[in-house]
Design a protein around this ligand. Structure first.
Ligand SMILES: Nc1ncnc2c1ncn2[C@@H]1O[C@H](COP(=O)(O)OP(=O)(O)O)[C@@H](O)[C@H]1O
Ligand code: SF4
Ligand SMILES: [Mg+2]
Length: 325
């Protein structure tokens, strides 16, 4: 059974001139312990998807359709207090800036112990011991002393390690990590991603890892969802999506990963830009940029359909889809 199912999710922002639809019919699942990457250009809808799952969509943004189901329980329509309990206990969150998750006025130990106390039946001494253990597991040196330090006494990378410890403090089943290394020094980004991967795998926690970096996806994830203009363009096992992309947009993203084997960086870009939400073209949203667009692409919108070993929202695979049906 899936741990998490996102079914036909629609997110809208009402404004004076009408309604902007930012996520349009997004569906995917995450299995227990799986690392799902979510990739796509800035503005594709990655963060809104994550925010919907953790119940932190900022008003006036709202879930206008579909459902989010965690282990059989619908969680997108829960009262705030109940959702706050699920967030923390069952779903942990990691954001780009570690200071979003840490309170500058409390030591990291106070924050860890409070989270542990809120969610787990441990006494004060046990909670502190667990907090120290978590800091050790996330690679904080001299954790017994560092636990009594304040967030500003840590470097950016160490701070993000503390945030990972905090996200895992109540043993959640799922971590939603939104660009967790984007704000960090390039030299430590890979270490933090490796830590996140190994610590979640060892605890059996699933991860939804949002990033715009296809290289990180390749090294970290089991499956990947490629988003474009508020929809999923392609989803499948990471090696299939990378080596045999079925959607022309995915193929374009792949071509922009620096080639390890050649001296020269290949930075073939896709011409043009992703459309604004109020100017999404009819048919396939990618059609103005697509080198393979044909008549049907300009009139009919493709949904995800079987495409080789992945699923892609692209009419080039309409024949595969028929065979699979
Ligand atoms: N508060 C908001 N009000 C109106 N539109 C928004 C708001 N937040 C996000 N959006 C729209 O949703 C789109 C997707 O946003 P987001 O999920 O943050 O993209 P990503 O994380 O992939 O860069 C944005 O391009 C923007 O048009
Ligand atoms: S549906 Fe058409 S325009 Fe869209 S990606 Fe496929 S071939 Fe290109
Ligand atoms: Mg984002």
């Amino acid at each position: 059974m899936s741990l998490l199912e996102v079914q036909n999710l629609i997110v809208e922002f009402p404004n004076r001139r009408g309604t902007l639809r930012a996520l349009d019919d997004v569906s995917f699942s995450i299995a227990p312990g799986e690392i799902l990457g979510v990739v796509g250009e800035s503005g594709a809808g990655k963060s809104l998807t994550g925010a919907s799952i953790i119940g932190l969509l900022e008003p006036p943004g709202r879930v206008a359709g579909g459902r989010i189901v965690l282990e059989g329980q619908r969680i997108d329509d829960l009262p705030h207090a109940q959702m706050r309990h699920i967030r923390g206990r069952r779903i942990g969150a990691i954001f780009q800036d570690p200071l979003t998750s840490l309170n500058p006025l409390y030591t990291v130990g106070q924050q860890l112990v409070e989270t542990i106390h809120t969610h787990l039946p441990l006494d004060a001494a046990q909670a502190r011991a667990r907090a120290i253990e978590l800091l050790q597991d996330t690679g904080i040196p001299a954790a017994e002393q560092r636990i009594d330090h304040y967030p500003h006494q840590f470097s950016g990378g160490m701070r993000q390690r503390v945030v990972i410890a905090l996200a895992l403090a109540a043993e959640p089943q799922l971590i939603v990590a939104d660009e967790p290394t984007t704000a960090l020094d390039v030299s430590i980004q890979a270490q933090i991603i490796q830590l996140l991967k190994s610590i979640c795998k060892s605890r059996g926690a699933a991860v939804m890892l949002i990033t715009h970096d296809m290289g990180v996806i390749a090294e970290t994830c089991d499956r990947v969802a490629v988003m474009y203009a508020g929809r999923i363009a392609e989803i499948g096992p990471v090696h299939e999506v990378i080596n045999h992309p079925a959607h022309p947009y995915t193929a374009g993203l792949m071509a922009s990963i620096p080639d390890m084997d050649s001296e020269r960086e290949r930075l073939a870009q896709i011409d043009g830009a992703m459309p604004r939400l109020n100017a999404i073209p009819p048919g396939c949203a990618f059609n103005p940029r697509c080198p393979h667009a044909f008549e049907r692409c300009r009139v009919e919108r493709p949904d995800l359909m079987p495409a080789g070993a992945t699923r892609a929202a692209c009419w080039l695979h309409a024949a595969d889809a028929q065979e699979a049906a």
